[in-house]
Design a protein around this ligand. Structure first.
Ligand code: ATP
Length: 625
């Protein structure tokens, strides 16, 4: 939060300290002034009284300015601290796709959003507030102590018993409070976690509102929300209960014990005065002394009270700080490929590949090499899920640009996982992976629509400035939109209309928009994960042909047989960890169909069933066809 001795934050803190110091002096001055006013009222001296009242109004201007400057500077410091923390955390969050890694591969940060927003804000605000909360009472106690000592001395008494009583009372009560204080840090950290969970459940409903509405799932969702809220309420009730007794004790000691002790100390010089009273020492003088001393004492005891209660704030701050610090550590480690996750099915043995563990954590022992000749080579690379399930023990293949690969196999056999490994999202646990850097463009089945206008949807993740640099014009974008049959959207909404595109576009339109993105970026390789499942077959064929004509090499996961003809190679997973990589002979599909037809006419047997199911897998057809 304070990166160097010469930065905006230190300047702000310097200013804040100066104003806090000035306010302490002003408090002493005001205490004296009030004493004098009361004195002239009691002694019935209107002229002197009016003079003091004028001073009172005059001092109000700098006093109010100082007070509001203190508040202003406290808020500015809090904001500066927050900005530093936010910038640092965003840097870590977006470094090496940590935002993905911490949610999928690491299990330590459950609700990162809560830590990135609320926790950081609380840390910044509390630190800034605590600075004033501790510095100001520090000055107050020092200067009030000196002023009070001088005042007591002026009564011609050298009673040391007063300060001794006060110090003793403060020390004993501080010790008592320290011993009985509950673990506030832990409690607020748990509160933040529960708040984060409630927010997460709300977020899920917002992002899946349409699906929930179609299913009529409001009862289930409401019960989840209620449960999340109840967990938070139960925790808060527990916290309030714990605080009730602590605050009672705190108030008892600070408000009553200390005030009582203060009154004793102030009255001692008057009550125990042994020297004969001077001529001037009349009632009004004694009132002046008492009012001034009482004011100084009140300010002083408030200062000690604030100092003591900031102990609770410091402990609470520790709870939030621990959450923010853990987030920084996890984000840093995730960007370096270090993950911690409680594994559900740990150390499962596979026939050809076994994951190595250090303690509880799996070791990514595979080699990732960025190929310079744009080839994709896998040598004995296992497909391992974040839960350490080995989906495929060893996969090897070799692709060069222009070799279009079709990937087939039953659900859950590891097709999308292969894309995650190729894109570097999942670690390589074994073997060797050669991939070209920044040459792959992934399109999922449910495309992501970004905040912004229609142009932003097409050029994502480029910015408008990137588009200009690439010398792409709006006319080029229009052509691309025409290729994916989306020109009507441009005509309807123009490129500059900002809308919530996730809700506005239909499923097929969103998929075509994602293809438009592919045509804009023209990568070497396109990883297409059933990305045209909602697009009509004729448009789909045009799109695939256009992509090939642009020189994009396709790696396609699909269950649609109509797309076979656009590919030169096939990778078939059988769902048990085995696979076959071969050139795609377009006649072979016809042969398989013929074999299936013959088999269907043959006598029923176990062998027939097995081969039929194999053929269905290979042909991407279901059992009923
Ligand atoms: N984030 C994850 N954490 C743990 N396991 C996962 C994760 N993502 C996928 N898996 C598991 O990995 C296996 C392979 O998943 P993958 O998404 O690669 O299947 P797929 O072949 O693409 O299936 P489909 O055809 O249904 O899309 C599945 O058993 C799945 O449950």
């Amino acid at each position: 939060m304070i990166p160097s001795p010469f930065c905006t934050e230190t300047a702000l803190l310097g200013g804040h300290t100066t104003f806090l110091f000035l306010r302490t002096f002003l408090s002493i001055y005001v205490a004296n002034l009030e004493g004098a006013i009361v004195k002239y009222i009691v002694s019935n001296e209107p002229k002197l009284f009016i003079r003091q009242i004028m001073k009172w109004f005059a001092v109000a201007i700098p006093a109010t300015f100082i007070n509001s400057m203190i508040k202003y500077l406290e808020s500015r410091i809090a904001l500066s601290f927050r900005t530093r923390l936010v910038e640092h955390s965003y840097r870590l969050y977006f470094n090496n796709q940590s935002y993905y890694r911490v949610t999928v591969l690491d299990g330590r940060l459950e609700n990162c959003a809560q830590r990135l927003t609320d926790d950081i804000e609380t840390v910044a605000n509390t630190v800034s507030h605590l600075y004033g909360q501790i510095t100001k009472p520090g000055f107050d106690i020092l200067l009030m102590g000196i002023a009070l000592a001088n005042l007591v001395k002026s009564r011609n008494t050298n009673l040391l018993i007063g300060p001794a009583i006060l110090t003793g009372v403060v020390l004993v009560s501080a010790l008592v409070l320290r011993v009985v204080s509950p673990k506030f840090g832990q409690l607020v950290a748990q509160e933040a976690e529960k708040k984060g969970y409630l927010r997460h459940v709300h977020g899920r409903i917002v992002s899946n509102a349409e699906e929930i509405a179609f299913y009529g799932g409001h009862k289930v969702e409401q019960s989840h929300l209620r449960q999340a809220y109840r967990i938070l309420v139960e925790h808060l009730e527990h916290m309030f209960g714990v605080k009730l007794w602590f605050v009672m004790l705190e108030q008892f000691l600070m408000k009553y014990v200390w005030s009582g002790a203060g009154m004793i100390v102030v009255s001692l010089p008057i009550l125990l005065a042994t020297k004969p009273k001077s001529k001037d020492d009349n009632v009004s003088e004694r009132t002046h002394y008492f009012t001034t001393a009482k004011n100084l004492l009140i300010t002083g005891s408030n200062a000690v009270e604030r100092l003591m209660s900031s102990y609770k704030d410091v402990v609470e701050l520790a709870g939030h700080t621990a959450r923010v610090a853990t987030m920084f550590t996890v984000l840093e480690e995730a960007s370096r490929g270090i993950y911690h996750k409680t594994l559900v099915a740990k150390k499962e043995k596979a026939s050809e590949f076994e994951i190595e563990f250090r303690g509880d954590q799996p070791l990514a022992k595979g080699k990732l090499i960025y190929s310079t000749n744009h080839e994709i080579i896998l040598i004995n690379v296992p497909i391992v899920t974040p839960n350490c399930d080995i989906v495929c023990p060893s996969l090897s293949l070799h692709l060069t640009p222009g070799q279009h690969l079709l990937i087939t196999g039953p659900n859950g056999c590891g097709k999308s996982s292969l894309f995650r490994i190729l894109s570097g999202l999942w670690p390589v646990y074994g073997g060797e992976l050669h991939t070209p850097k920044n040459s792959m463009f992934y399109i999922p089945q449910r495309p992501y629509m970004v905040i912004g206008n229609l142009r932003d949807q097409v050029i994502y993740p480029d910015t408008y400035a990137d588009m200009i640099n690439k010398q792409v014009t709006e006319e080029d974008l229009r052509k691309i939109m025409r290729m994916v049959h989306l020109e009507h959207i441009v005509e309807r909404d123009t490129f500059h209309e900002v809308k919530d595109w996730t809700d506005i576009l239909s499923g097929g339109e969103k998929q075509r928009m994602a293809i438009a993105r592919l045509f804009y970026h023209k990568p070497k390789y396109a990883l297409l994960d059933e990305c045209t499942s909602a697009v009509s077959i004729d448009v789909e064929s045009h799109i695939y042909q256009a992509a090939i004509d642009m020189g994009i090499t396709l790696l396609t996961i699909t269950h649609r047989p109509t797309l076979w003809k656009f590919h030169s190679h096939i990778l078939q997973f059988d769902g048990t960890g085995y696979w076959e990589f071969s050139e795609l002979n377009h006649h072979s599909r016809l042969d398989l169909k013929k074999e299936k037809e013959e088999l269907l006419r043959a006598k029923d047997s176990a062998q027939k069933e097995n081969r039929l199911s194999e053929l269905n897998t290979l042909l991407c057809e279901d059992m009923t066809q």
